[in-house]
Design a protein around this ligand. Structure first.
Ligand code: 5GP
Length: 331
């Protein structure tokens, strides 16, 4: 198209049912869709109603709310942040919430609303994603999955070593678990956006540098990151070409069985209470609700080996299937 794009593909990030829409001029003319569906927008001349078609082969067409209309409607739905999220936002960390330090403070929770309506996408032939981002609640098994992948194919997968400014302990080797660096320099680099994510723990900073990721991808390895979801915005770009997988928590009963199984095989000696499992489940639900627009796929981890197989299959599929990606990765 020489004269500019006359059509556009979008990924919808909300469910739409014209039958329940009280403002649509004609309900029968509406096109129903679900969160995650890809739509071809063929006419955007009207400020309120666009004409669109499904790309799922069904041939269905109809009108859908325009971005402006839907933005106005969703603006009335205020984000319902609970207490924990509020303290996240302000960066307040109480002792009890130590575990939550694994976060990117520079990205506010509000960033997610950027993707809340339509995301412009384009279809690409199979290509290699540079990073594999595993998102999920603490204790849901992301670290284990990462270790499985690294061990199975060390030439294909890599991972990053975080930086910290805390004092090196006697038995520690620089570049093993951490790269150690000067506090002032680390502060400066955090300010200068050199870190994808960072957190403070007992007065010291910890974080992952963008440069560390590039060092892995330069070796043509897929860099596996098990980061906090708040860092998603920083990684979802054409530079890092991420494949973002959400590892969801299974029901408590299954989590309990999996943990018991791991304990019996000596894989962990942690004691977990009913409350721990409930917490993991609640955190998982919160992350999913807040960040689902970012996810390329969701796997419920109800069996570690099975989840690993599914994850491998999803990664392999990238080399075989066409992929819908944000237009910003291409243009
Ligand atoms: P330690 O000093 O005992 O090795 O680690 C203390 C804490 O630092 C960990 O429990 C973890 O919460 C945090 N931490 C370690 N690495 C990182 C990282 O890369 N990013 C962030 N945000 N926190 C980290």
């Amino acid at each position: 198209e020489q004269t500019g794009r006359t059509e556009m593909y979008v990924k919808a990030h909300f469910n739409y049912d014209p039958k329940k829409d009280s403002v649509i001029p004609c309900r029968d003319a509406g096109l129903a869709f679900k969160d995650g569906d890809i739509l071809k927008v063929v006419n955007m001349e009207d400020s309120k109603w666009w004409q669109a078609a499904k790309v799922d082969g069904s041939g269905k067409t109809g009108i859908i709310p325009s971005l402006t209309l839907e933005e106005k409607r969703q603006a009335f739905v205020k984000p319902d942040l609970d207490h924990t999220q509020k303290s996240y936002l302000c960066g307040i960390v109480t002792k009890k919430k130590k575990k939550m330090l694994y976060q990117a403070k520079q990205n506010s929770e509000f960033d997610k609303y950027e993707l809340a309506i339509y995301e412009e996408v384009t279809k690409l032939p199979p290509f290699h994603r540079k990073t594999l981002v595993l998102i999920g609640a603490q204790g849901v098994g992301r670290r284990t999955l990462k270790q499985f992948l690294l061990k199975a194919e060390p030439h294909r997968f890599g991972s990053v070593i975080p930086h910290t400014c805390r004092v090196k302990r006697l038995n520690e080797i620089d570049g093993n678990q951490y790269h150690f660096m000067d506090k002032e320099l680390m502060e400066e680099e955090i300010q200068g956006n050199k870190f994808l994510e960072w957190g403070a723990y007992e007065g010291n900073y910890y974080g992952t540098k963008f440069e560390s990721i590039t060092n892995v991808t330069k070796q043509n390895k897929m860099c596996i990151l098990d980061i906090n979801p708040a860092a998603l915005k920083g990684i979802k770009s054409g530079e890092f070409l991420p494949f973002i997988v959400f590892i969801a928590a299974p029901p408590v009963q299954i989590m309990r069985n999996m943990h018991e199984f791991a304990r019996q095989r000596g894989k962990t000696n942690k004691i977990k209470t009913e409350e721990d499992f409930q917490k993991t489940l609640a955190e998982s639900a919160r992350i999913e609700k807040t960040y689902k627009a970012y996810f390329d796929c969701i796997i419920v981890n109800d069996n570690m080996d099975e989840t690993y197989r599914k994850l491998r299959a999803e990664i392999d599929k990238l080399n075989a299937d066409n992929q819908w990606v944000p237009v910003s990765w291409v243009y």
